[in-house]
Design a binder for this molecule. Structure first.
Ligand SMILES: *[C@@H]1O[C@H](CO)[C@@H](O)[C@H](O)[C@H]1NC(C)=O
Ligand SMILES: *[C@@H]1O[C@H](CO)[C@@H](O)[C@H](O)[C@H]1NC(C)=O
Ligand SMILES: *[C@@H]1O[C@H](CO)[C@@H](O)[C@H](O)[C@H]1NC(C)=O
Ligand SMILES: *[C@@H]1O[C@H](CO)[C@@H](O)[C@H](O)[C@H]1NC(C)=O
Ligand SMILES: *[C@@H]1O[C@H](CO)[C@@H](O)[C@H](O)[C@H]1NC(C)=O
Ligand SMILES: *[C@@H]1O[C@H](CO)[C@@H](O)[C@H](O)[C@H]1NC(C)=O
Ligand SMILES: [Zn+2]
Length: 275
């Protein structure tokens, strides 16, 4: 029975997901956004080649297929659908619930083990986005994970981030430094760096001592780490990659060449149970 196989594969994958998550749970405390201070934010698994945008991991036809774990309530489904509605309004990306025999879809789970997603289409039977209770409070948090699944890494890992922010490695928790490594081969899809992107960390993310891990060079912290809205820059990247098929360059035209590597990269943001 497909159902049996599915359950078996799900069990294996969830086990792996829990393992990744357990490796990566850390406190996230965004001082610009006190309402977000109850996050725990995870990390990106190290040692995989990554780009900010991965045009080689697009979803076919810009259609992201998905299915909910059976115990999602209607209320829990709403922030996912809200993100999908906004994507449908502002981009050519469409979400579609799976139909029988679909393969290659997002399996939304709501285990209380944080929020995480893989980056880009994984060319697998299915891939998980887990949305623990904390990430269902705000549809932008859901969008953050969906944007990872669409093929985008965090903004502050971009090849050109040093022109905009300083990473203070001395303040980063041990073992989390890899979250702040620059991805020199990033495609930014010709969208300028935006510290207010919903894919950017806040100034205190992964701080071990309450001091800043990310400092904006111009001293302007406004919106850095915000999870209130999709920025036009977030929308533009998605459109360049999916709608115009021209997300193949960086603003620095001297850099990248394309590879066809498909790596399994995971990123996670963990909510706490703190109210
Ligand atoms: C679609 O987006 C526009 C602005 O981009 C907004 O004014 C409008 O209300 C949105 N429509 C829906 C149905 O969300
Ligand atoms: C759904 O079920 C999983 C276990 O299968 C559980 O961990 C999770 O908390 C459940 N979610 C809800 C909202 O009940
Ligand atoms: C951008 O290109 C210039 C030369 O055109 C080079 O000096 C610089 O290092 C490049 N920056 C990045 C981040 O690749
Ligand atoms: C990116 O380039 C910088 C300087 O050229 C280097 O120090 C850094 O290790 C590179 N990052 C990665 C992930 O390779
Ligand atoms: C800081 O950034 C915000 C948003 O980008 C902008 O509106 C504001 O004018 C900036 N403040 C200063 C002092 O530049
Ligand atoms: C990407 O495609 C859009 C729509 O065709 C176009 O407006 C834009 O100029 C293109 N950008 C590049 C860099 O080709
Ligand atoms: Zn993330």
């Amino acid at each position: 029975m497909p159902t049996t196989l599915f359950t078996f594969a799900t069990t294996i994958t969830v086990f792996l997901a829990i393992s990744w998550s357990a490796l990566s749970i850390e406190t996230y405390d965004d001082y610009q956004n006190p309402e977000h201070a109850d996050f725990i934010e995870g990390d990106i698994m190290p040692d995989f080649p990554t780009r900010n945008g991965y045009p080689n991991r697009k979803w076919f036809n810009g259609e992201i297929k998905y299915v909910f774990s059976s115990n999602f309530t209607e209320a829990q489904k709403e922030p996912i659908r809200q993100c999908c509605r906004e994507l449908a309004n502002r981009t050519c990306v469409r979400c579609r619930e799976t139909i029988p025999l679909d393969i290659g879809f997002v399996y939304f789970k709501n285990e209380p083990i944080g929020c995480f997603s893989q980056i880009g289409f994984q060319h697998s039977w299915y891939q998980i986005i887990n949305l623990g209770p904390g990430c269902l409070k705000n549809y932008i948090l859901v969008c953050h994970e969906i944007i990872h699944a669409l093929g985008f890494d965090h903004s502050h890992n971009a090849y050109n981030r040093d022109d905009y922010v300083r990473i203070n490695f001395e303040n980063i928790k041990e073992g989390q430094e890899h979250n702040f490594l620059k991805k020199n081969d990033t495609y930014d899809c010709l969208v300028p760096y935006d510290r207010e992107s919903t894919m950017h960390y806040g100034p205190l993310t992964f701080s071990k001592n309450g001091l800043e891990t990310i400092t904006p060079l111009d001293g302007n912290y406004t919106g850095m780490g915000q999870r209130k809205e999709l920025r036009q820059s977030d929308i533009d990247k998605i459109n360049r990659m999916y709608c115009f098929n021209n997300c193949t360059a960086t603003t620095n035209t001297t850099t990248t060449t394309t590879t066809t590597t498909v790596a399994t990269t995971t990123t996670s943001e963990e909510p706490t149970t703190i109210v």
